[in-house]
Design a binder for this molecule. Structure first.
Ligand code: BTN
Length: 265
């Protein structure tokens, strides 16, 4: 896998000497955090053919069968305070839209904050996890990305079959996983260089990619469900929602469902 991947990467790609491949792993994010704790450098990449405990946001699992998807985590050491990195998931999202567009010829949308979507179906997701030093600076950030690549509809378990899609299903052609991974790594490496200095441009692109804006949504938190319209995204990636009484509020956590997407009507 790594040899084939390297044929798609520029010969001077700065992370090419720190790519780890696993046939089977519980979760590339979990393993990345372990490696980071053992001083793995910025740009360390973990790839797996299959995950037995792939994780998503909000304690969900990420279906990760062998030979079908891309399961990738990268360790970043941006050397900044956590408050400067609130837009990291958004930055990774637009970087992944760039990569899919480059390798597969179509640009997905982003369902706020971290789902890659095509039409009303989920193509993949992003799970970012930060480890902080006692002074609030970032010891490391792990950005984990899962993309459904070669799946046919029947490869998805029944409970997600009607809401999931794959690059193969949307493009009608066979997408090389190695080529897709190379595009993802190049996008992530470029993103990591622009993360702190290019925040405005990153967030402008995120607003363009985000399919949530302008839609009727429901915001689900532990104690209540509220309905509103998604109006904007702030510089930290918070979703600005207009509620029925007209007030605007930035939502930064909880589950946001979009009317008409993933079956929510
Ligand atoms: C989500 O859908 O909420 C995010 C899914 C993120 C899945 C990826 S696959 C690689 C990495 N390892 C994990 O356990 N999760 C992420």
């Amino acid at each position: 896998m790594i040899d084939a991947l390297l044929t798609y990467l520029p010969s001077d790609f700065p992370w090419k000497d720190r790519i780890h491949y696993f046939d089977t792993i519980d979760s590339t994010n979990t393993r990345a955090k372990e490696l980071a704790a053992q001083s793995a450098p910025h740009g360390t990449v973990l790839l797996a053919d299959r995950q037995t405990g792939g994780r998503g946001r909000m304690g969900r699992s990420f279906h990760s069968p062998a030979g079908k998807g891309i399961y990738l985590s990268v360790i970043l050491r941006p050397g900044c305070h956590a408050s400067q990195l609130m837009h990291l998931t958004c930055a990774a999202g637009t970087a992944m839209c760039d990569a899919v567009e480059k390798a597969a010829g179509l640009r997905p949308g982003i369902k706020w904050t971290n789902d890659l979507v095509v039409g009303s179906r989920k193509l993949g997701g992003i799970l970012t996890e930060l480890s902080l030093n006692p002074d609030g600076t970032v010891a490391c950030a792990v950005v984990g990305i899962g993309i459904n690549c070669s799946h046919a509809a029947e490869d998805f378990p029944e409970d997600i079959r009607s809401i999931a899609t794959s690059l193969h299903m949307v493009s009608g052609s066979e997408i090389s996983r190695e080529q897709m991974i190379a595009a993802m790594l190049e996008s992530l490496e470029a993103m990591s260089r622009e993360l702190l200095t290019g925040k405005e441009a990153i967030m402008a692109q995120y607003r363009t990619d985000c399919v949530t804006l302008g839609r009727q949504i429901s915001v689900v938190t532990a104690d209540r469900v509220r309905h509103g319209i998604a109006r904007d995204i702030d510089q930290d990636g918070g979703l600005i929602v207009e509620f029925p009484d007209g007030h605007l509020e930035a939502v930064s956590s909880g589950e946001v469902s979009i009317r008409g997407m993933y079956g929510y009507i």
